[in-house]
Write a protein that binds this ligand. Sequence first.
Ligand code: FES
Length: 103
Amino acid sequence: MPRIRVEPLGIEVQSPPGETVMDAVCALGYFWPVGCAKNGECTNCAMEVISGVGRLSRMGRYERQNLLRQRGPRSIEDPRLRLACQARVEGDVIVYKRGVEPS
Ligand code: FES
């Protein structure tokens, strides 16, 4: 099963393939910052992918549009910026997201 490491909290969770990063982490009792119904709209869940960007599902049009709208053109130039509620795990990844904490 793919593993997700979340920094700076320093936790590691296992995820069924195809699960979103956020759902996999929250399923184990952690809080992940959100501002919408986890549907890719608010971009509050955005994370930096430190390692394994190619082991996440490809960015869809909706995720791209909302990053562009909410965070400007530079946000989509860097493939390491992904929405945790949209990016699906296909292999081991390390991500950085402030505000993730035990709930
Ligand atoms: S939680 Fe709103 S875009 Fe991910």
